[in-house]
Design a protein. Sequence first.
Length: 124
Amino acid sequence: MWKIEEEARKYMKEKLIVTQVITPELYERLAKTTAIYPKEKALEYLALGLTSEAGEVAGKIKKIIRDGKGNKEAIAYEIGDVLWYCAVLASELGVELNDIMKNNLQKLQERKEKGTLQGSGDRR
């Protein structure tokens, strides 16, 4: 792990202890306080980070399949990293994470109602 990541995780653990429910807006705002990357390459950096962290989630689940056991807490930890990248990427795009969440649920509900949750393609 890079030193900057270690420092960010330590800071978040020590300083951002939240004793209430975290809203998407609050999470996005707090996530941005730990965002350190070249701004001229923001989209590329964040997309690569997102896929890298998603790969770590997949790798831990792969080991559960292979070994028949795994650490759910470790998977949840990596999901947190995926969430961070999603939140900061949404911010860079000028789209609120809350809106993305609502739109996604609406899309899925419409597919459920049409009976098209299964299948493939964006416009089902």
